[in-house]
Write a protein that binds this ligand. Structure first.
Ligand code: 16G
Ligand code: ZN
Length: 533
């Protein structure tokens, strides 16, 4: 094995002079640095699949990043993110200094973790539409060949589709079977749940979906072939779906553009009043918006999707008579607008938990509820339903037609929401179902509460690691004394709130501030940024 291993490793050398770290989005950087990194992630996935005797997934994507970037991340058997302890093992393998050192590290990990290298193992992988992905999946297959690890190339998929596949394979034949582990199976599952969750209602008006010129475009178009137009009334126009010119990926379009620039993509020219949403480059984030003829652009971000979903589901749970039985909770990060938190706690009367940034933190906190709704403000999120919740939807004997209706809708909704990870396509269907049930336009949705004006600024700092936080990133522990200064400053503003944290994806600090008025929010952000700098 050693000779084969070393020969393969020599084909995929690591670019020297870099320290690589498995971060919130796996390894993500310029694609030309990734060949050796990806080979080594393949080795890690093989080890993990042998350790757990399960199928492990790998996704090659850099999401909303520009087209020269790419990334690689590992998906655990249940379809969620790689367990944290293993992130360190990934970092260790990727930073091995030489081919010999890599082989040694690989073997050491295997013996430390008591992994039988003769155990079967199984890894599946997919990539988004970036051309650099082709070379990177070749690095993966070389890693599997070199270690005799069975593998399957799922071709081009959205990130949530790969998470779906991983879970389906691992649950196949068990009571928790998630679905058919094929792309076709994915479309059928969500199209079927969509029809069921609408319960005879029709979606009103057209929906224009901006796909960021990424993998979401062709996949959404495939999906729509499975949706009966007459039964659902669902009429979709897909825009920004050019995947043949890769340099267009995430250019002036997509969920990240809309959220950070707070405006609609310039192309195609926004039609006033029409209902829009945007996916990001790998279709795991969703943002809704419209342009009002009178008041201009209005965005409905992850906080809005979260409060909409939580309110709808909590009402159904009450109508189903399950509100004493099932605990519903909402998980946010410090970036959630204070008005959304207030609305969920005070108006919806639901508990809100705040976690550090990054999907894995939110996901795990959401799993502690029977129904856990988690979204980052950037539009990534989902609603998780426990086994008990799903059983209650199925097995509760309804005492009235209204109760039956609520139970059926809950069962369909729990199938409609991708249980593995945030999924723009599945989340979009959820929003469309809720709007159809409530007979709401985007404007009706927007009036549920008024966002506090806020500002996010990026501050370039010499050493971002000097900024450490606690209390779910809302307070700074270091540098000493800085938090006191921020506290002093925040006090001066009505409804003021501000925090600073080191970015997990860039070498910078981010400062977030909100306050009662636009000018106060801007001023507060500028002051805190000055302290940080
Ligand atoms: C990563 C996270 C995303 C988070 C973002 C924050 C995952 C899969 N992705 O993209 O959830 O919002 O980082 O970036 O966890 P920042 O640390 O640079 O602010
Ligand atoms: Zn993404």
């Amino acid at each position: 094995m050693d000779a084969k291993f070393l020969a393969a490793s020599e084909k995929h050398p690591i670019v020297e002079g870099h320290v690589f770290q498995y971060g919130t989005a796996g390894f993500r950087m310029k694609a030309d640095l990734l060949d050796g990194v990806t080979f080594r992630v393949g080795l890690l996935a093989g080890l993990r699949s042998r350790k757990l005797n399960s199928t492990i997934g790998i996704m090659i994507t850099a999401s909303h990043n520009p087209f020269p970037d790419n990334g690689v991340k590992v998906v655990d058997p249940s379809g969620d993110m790689l367990e944290q302890e293993w992130e360190a093992f990934a970092t260790q393998l990727v930073n091995a200094k030489s081919h010999d050192d890599l082989l040694k590290t690989y073997k050491e990990l295997a013996s430390k973790l008591k992994i039988d290298l003769g155990a079967p193992g199984d890894v599946i992988y997919a990539r988004d539409t970036r051309p650099s992905g082709r070379k990177l999946v070749a690095a993966l297959s070389d890693a599997f060949e070199a270690t005799d690890t069975p593998y399957h190339d799922c071709g081009i998929l959205t990130t949530p589709q790969l998470h779906y596949m991983t879970r389906c394979i691992n649950t196949s034949g068990t009571p928790q079977a998630y679905g058919e582990p094929t792309e076709e199976g994915y479309y059928k599952k969500f199209a079927d749940a969509f029809v069921k969750a609408l319960k005879g209602r029709k979606v009103q008006g057209d929906l224009i979906v901006d796909c960021s010129n990424g993998v979401g475009g062709p996949k959404l178009s495939q999906f729509l072939k499975h949706v009966p137009r007459d039964k659902t009334g669902f009429k979709v126009k897909i825009v920004n779906d050019d995947v043949l010119r890769p340099e267009l990926l995430n250019q002036e379009s997509g969920a990240d553009f809309v959220k950070t620039k707070q405006r609609a993509p310039p192309s195609p020219k926004p039609v006033p009043g029409a209902r829009y949403c945007s996916f990001d480059g790998d279709a795991d984030r969703l943002i809704y918006y419209w342009t009002d003829p009178d008041t201009g652009f209005f965005m409905l971000d992850g906080d809005r999707i979260s409060s909409l979903a939580a309110s709808f589901i909590a009402d159904l749970v009450r109508s189903a008579g399950l509100d004493q039985e099932l605990r519903i909770g909402v998980v946010q990060t410090a970036y959630a607008n204070g008005a959304s938190t207030n609305y969920i706690e005070k108006h919806l009367q639901l508990p809100v938990v705040c976690t550090p940034t990054g999907v894995k933190h939110l996901h795990h906190a959401a799993m502690k509820f029977d129904i856990g709704c988690y979204f980052e403000a950037n539009g990534h999120g989902t609603v998780l339903f426990s086994i008990d919740a799903r059983r209650a939807f199925r097995d509760t004997e309804p005492q009235s037609p209204a109760q039956k209706d609520a139970l059926d809708t809950l069962a369909a909704v729990s199938d409609l929401v991708n249980q593995t990870v945030g999924d723009a396509l599945s989340d979009m269907l959820l929003v469309e179902v809720i709007l159809a049930h409530k007979k709401w336009s985007l404007k009706d949705w927007a009036t549920t509460y008024t966002d506090l004006p806020n500002r996010l600024v990026k501050v370039e700092v010499a050493n971002k690691d000097a900024f450490t936080t606690y209390d779910a990133e809302r307070r700074l522990e270091n540098p000493p004394g800085l938090q006191d200064k921020i506290d002093e400053c925040v006090k001066k503003y009505t409804n003021g709130r501000a925090f600073a944290r080191a970015s997990g994806t860039e070498n910078a600090c981010r400062v977030y501030a909100e306050a009662a008025t636009r000018s106060e929010a801007d001023e507060l952000a500028a002051r805190v940024a000055e302290y940080v700098n």
